[in-house]
Ligand binder design. Structure first.
Ligand SMILES: C[S@@+](CC[C@H](N)C(=O)[O-])C[C@H]1O[C@@H](n2cnc3c(N)ncnc32)[C@H](O)[C@@H]1O
Length: 298
């Protein structure tokens, strides 16, 4: 395998399963979404633009697994604690609440589009905190997804609660669901048991936040740890499966997918986060390439 990387203006490979057709754009003069990065050797694609537009143009039933870490809509001028200092909780304009109904309408739209692109036996994982997870759960039930598990991600060593008026927030919920009630989902039960020292793995996962090394190219304000995505990918996909992240940020999902020999499509509307994604993905490709060359020489 040769290590290559390319930047394209737009991607219209007719053989692609997740084809995004340029002609289907609703804007005639200005392209609002395009292929930002493509590495054919590792099957990595990043699209820049609004997920709602891009998913609507993609082929139905083309994706094996989706991990979605959507806006939690918690950027409302509150405070938090970081490295012992008081900091704003604001993550960016994309995370500003549109009100309960507005947030819910957005959630239901992107979930319906994700359901459309999932293969019939495909699964979706969606993370959230109390700000959004109930809307997500309700919308999923309305749309007919079948909820398989709610994973409690316990963040070891969380920052203290500065107001001292609440319990310390130390968890996130990740809902795992199938496209619908007729899906026959894949679960790598044996591997999960093996990595849990021979015992059935529970839905309570103790996982540290991202390490310094994971943020060496710069950080995303809501970056997920690689360990979390590595477990999700190993649990629910097979070698060569296509993984989609419609709110990819710094592409934690992509790095974990690549390291596990899965194909990856990431979508984000931010140039800054896509450029961070490329740096992280290219480093992972180099690692993987060296690993494979070593194995071949072996
Ligand atoms: C919670 S963050 C994801 C972080 C990511 N899991 C990581 O590990 O870096 C959500 C991302 O969604 C992007 N975003 C928000 N609304 C979007 C939309 N409508 N279409 C595409 N991207 C969007 C934001 O730019 C942000 O990077």
């Amino acid at each position: 395998m040769k290590y290559t990387s390319k930047k394209n203006n737009f991607f219209t490979n007719k053989k692609s399963v997740f084809l995004v057709n340029e002609d289907a754009s609703s804007y005639n003069t200005k392209k609002t979404s395009f292929l930002y990065y493509h590495d054919p050797s590792f099957n990595i694609r990043l699209f820049k633009g609004d997920s709602l537009n891009i998913l609507a143009k993609a082929n139905p039933e083309s994706v094996d697994m989706i991990f979605a870490d959507p806006p939690y809509f918690l950027s409302n001028n509150g405070i938090s604690c970081h490295a012992g200092k008081m900091v704003s909780v604001n993550k960016g304009y994309w995370d500003k609440s549109m009100g309960v109904i507005g947030n819910y309408e957005f959630v239901k739209k992107w979930l319906a589009l994700c359901q459309r692109v999932l293969k019939k036996d495909g699964t979706i994982w969606v993370s959230g905190t109390s700000h959004i997870i109930y809307s997500i759960g309700f919308a999923m039930q309305e749309l007919g997804f079948k909820i398989l598990n709610d994973i409690i991600w316990y963040k070891i060593n969380p920052p203290p609660n500065l107001s001292c008026r609440y319990f310390t927030h130390s968890t996130e919920i990740i809902i795992w669901a199938t496209k619908d009630k007729n899906s026959h989902h894949f679960f790598n039960y044996k591997l999960m048991k093996t990595i849990n020292n021979g015992k059935q793995m529970k839905n309570l996962w103790s996982i540290m936040p991202p390490t310094k090394d994971e943020k060496k190219f710069g950080k995303h304000p809501t970056q997920k740890p690689i360990t979390l995505l590595d477990r999700i990918i190993k649990a629910s996909t097979k070698d060569g499966d296509l993984v989609l992240d419609p709110f990819c940020g710094s592409s934690t999902t992509g790095v974990a997918a690549l390291m596990n020999n899965r194909k990856y499509i990431g979508i984000d509307m931010s140039e800054e986060y896509l450029s961070l994604s490329v740096k992280r993905l290219e480093e992972a490709m180099k690692l993987k390439y060296n690993e494979e060359s070593l194995f071949k020489k072996g």
